[in-house]
Design a protein around this ligand. Sequence first.
Ligand code: FES
Length: 172
Amino acid sequence: MVALTINGESKTVDAPPDMPLLWVLRDILGMTGTKFGCGIAQCGACTVHLDGKPVRSCLLPVNAIGNRAITTIEGVGATPTGAKVQKAWLDLEVIQCGYCQSGQIMSAAALLEGTPHPDDADIDAAIAAVLAETGIASAKQMGQVMNGVKAKLAGARVDGKALSEKVRARLQ
Ligand code: FES
């Protein structure tokens, strides 16, 4: 048995100690918001937070987690930064097929939690791997999203529709 804290709740799971966290979440706990993509810690689709830091759950043995707090896409909206990122995602109509959204949102929320005012290099470092491997959106679109999130974090009013139009124009 392995004891875990997931989205603020204590759970005890009957899992092999070397089972990757991703499969504990999806197959044992039925938390399917965290996605499987490559399975080799490259694409970012399986990103969750451990004590607020982004990690790839597909290769993380569950017995290596210890007492660190796990946050998944199902729980990140309960954090102030996660809620703002999710709102910006909707305002800017980022969602495409949706498969990699959870990994992207988790990566963006972790970035903004640790770096409230990221520059372009920070954004590239945090998001580029997810973008590159999943083939979704573009660095330009992600830059627009992150600018929207930054403005929200600063308390500024964001015109999501106007930003969305700009994104579309830049992608055409
Ligand atoms: S599924 Fe974990 S990084 Fe791709």
